[in-house]
Design a binder for this molecule. Sequence first.
Ligand SMILES: [Zn+2]
Length: 315
Amino acid sequence: MIDINNIHSFSELVTAETYLENRRPKDETVTATDYLIVLCDEKILIVYDKRTDTCVLPQGEKMPMEVDASKMIHQITLPGSTHPIAKAVGIDELLSPDVIAKSIPLEDDALTYKWVGFREAYDMIALPLHVAAAKAKQLIHWEKTHRYCGHCGTKVVQVLPNMVRCPNCGLETFPRISPAMIVLIYKKRPKDDPNYLHDKILLVQAKTFRKDFKGLVAGYVEVGETIEETVHREIKEETNLSIKNLKYFASQPWAYPSELMIGFTAEYDSGNLILQEEELLNGKFYRLDELPVVPKKISLARKLIDHYLTCKGEV
Ligand SMILES: [Zn+2]
């Protein structure tokens, strides 16, 4: 069994991820519209099938536990669709799987309820279900952090699936998404060197990273800034570098707790690397054939790194 959390090189990471991807249920297995997303902080409830060694989300009309009447039940649609495929709730107490099974029994003995880490679930359930669960996670975070009016302190009431209103002053509040940029900075190899693997990319280890890996420079948009200005400012602040050829890559919702990551590539232009000590533990330009452990495939950081490798530096 490969332990994805105990990886020491980029090649080991790729091998482990390939194994997990082959094992994960395929997108086409998501055909039902009665999935149940039950979250408790950073844990999600899944159903494990020991015959096939695969996992799905619970399904059914009723939540597999008593749910406090004060909780919102969120209807979850996938991006691009208007039909809900799941109901979601955030609970405060991690009930034991045995107690849950007594409340709503599973169909047969091969199935068991399990609580797993939300990021871990990415490798276990079909991708559209993880996308739905990530959306639910953000809505539940909003629900938990917007119970009272930010203006007058009165308890709010839910008016729309994604809106609460203050009955006293009428302030309407929607789920709050924080935009943040993430950027892959590359240094091209000399023009007479044909091997693109000799290009270098800047990898840094932020103090906020939960594990020992190297990622990309990232940062939040400040009030009054364009996203491009954020990229230049954050790079300058965190690394002292100047960049050129800034190009948009893609964006991705990031449910930790509720961000929209906006990804770019940029070419190193000038400056000596001086890391901002308050935010970064270490960092340097790594050759593509000497990459350390980098973020997992769930992240936009990794999609940027994989993109650079796939297009052989022709970004
Ligand atoms: Zn109010």
